[in-house]
Design a binder for this molecule. Structure first.
Ligand code: IPM
Ligand code: MN
Length: 371
């Protein structure tokens, strides 16, 4: 089987610890399924800044562009609070997203039955939850210009961020939303603030037109992003695919993560357009959680979001559906067996650390692939 290249970018904080657990699962894929994954590891974030003077080097960018997929851990931490804004750890991640044109960020929020009581919401509100937040990832206020703090010369300053979207950017994320909904329950909810923002009005207009012209058979609903956030907490199961901009998507996906019990459970996929010539798409897979500097180095981090991100990679970059299903089932069974990291610990369960969790999943994954 042709080799498949993965660039591993563990990053900062718990990123390095959880990536080790993903490498275990890749080892299982190669051993048992002859998957032929070849991995290379490089620096990103604060550790890259310390060693190479930038949160991501040009050489690492070139490797990311060339790899079949990138697996990304997490970046940031108080250690780098003082570094120049352009070189802060997060800038490495933003450069990857922008230059690889990873405009579609899939953030599924699935409630594992075993974790229904770990959520701060009532069991009946989240049991069986399976929604997908589709966040636009290369536009909006994250990248809009001007983006600056200007000295007005009278003792005052003015800070500006620019929320900007062009037609094609909204069209392509809307199409991605409808295409994903087709494989699910057929419903898309678009969230913006059309009552306050021109970009919200325009977002609404374009999504509505794409629906009418290209996907009339699907259900489209619109919510103002604030009301949408409220409904996400009140009755999340009413949603299927939620499509929203970069900033609202950032916030709403953190909220959705907590519906599932812990931020440590949510994977994500950031995808580019399919290349007409090669049929391939650029892709980066990362957990939604951050670098958790408070627990970094303690061996307590939950690696499941990182491992589930690999499962998304198997599904979306390599069409290894059987293997993706097996890995996701291995995660679910590990939780059902009562094996928990501290963040999702419950009475009567067995608490393990990062390594213990990675081993428990690998053992079940191996058995499934071999069986
Ligand atoms: C995320 C993170 C990033 C974001 C940070 C690390 C730049 O919060 O992926 O959700 O704001 O997009
Ligand atoms: Mn975020």
């Amino acid at each position: 089987m042709a080799s498949k290249t993965l660039l591993l970018l563990p990053g900062d904080g718990i990123g390095t610890e959880i990536m080790v657990e993903v490498e275990k699962q890749i080892g299982v894929l190669n051993d048992v399924a002859g998957a032929g994954f070849e991995t290379e590891t490089a620096l990103v974030g604060g550790t890259a800044y310390d060693a190479e003077g930038a949160p991501i080097s040009d050489a690492t960018m070139a490797k990311a562009q060339a790899a079949d997929a990138v697996l990304f851990g997490a970046v940031g931490g108080p250690k780098w609070n003082g570094v120049p804004y352009e070189k802060r750890p997060e800038a490495g991640l933003l450069r990857l997203r922008k230059e690889m044109e990873l405009f579609a960020n899939l953030r599924p929020a699935i409630c594992y039955p075993a974790l229904a009581d770990a959520s701060s919401l009532k069991r009946e509100v989240i049991e069986g939850l399976d929604i997908l937040i589709l966040r636009e990832l290369t536009g909006g206020v994250y990248f809009g210009e001007p983006k600056e703090i200007v000295d007005l010369g009278n003792g005052q300053k003015r800070a500006v961020d620019t929320q900007v979207y062009e037609t094609y950017e909204i069209e392509r994320i809307a199409r991605a939303a409808f295409d994903l909904a087709k494989t699910r329950r057929g419903k898309v909810t678009s969230m913006e603030k059309r009552n306050v923002m021109k970009s919200g009005l325009f977002w609404n207009e374009v999504v509505t037109r794409v629906h009418r012209e290209e996907y009339p058979e699907m259900t489209l609903e619109h919510e103002l992003a604030d009301a949408g956030g409220m409904k996400l907490v009140k009755a999340p199961k009413q949603f299927d695919v939620i499509v929203t901009d970069n900033l609202f998507g950032d916030m709403l996906s953190d909220i959705a993560a907590m519906l599932t019990g812990s931020l440590g459970m949510l994977p994500s996929a950031s995808l580019g357009a399919v290349d007409a010539k090669t049929g391939k798409r650029k892709a980066l897979y990362e957990p939604v959680h951050g670098s958790a500097p408070d627990i970094a180095g303690t061996g307590k981090a939950n690696p499941l979001a990182m491992i589930a991100s690999l499962a998304m990679g198997l599904r979306y970059s390599f069409e290894m559906i059987r293997e993706a299903d097996a890995l996701e089932a291995a995660i679910a069974e590990t939780l059902e067996a009562g094996i928990r990291t501290g963040d999702v610990m419950a009475p009567g369960c067995t608490e393990v650390g990062t390594t213990g969790m990675g081993d428990a999943v690998a053992e079940r994954f191996r058995a499934k692939l071999a069986g």
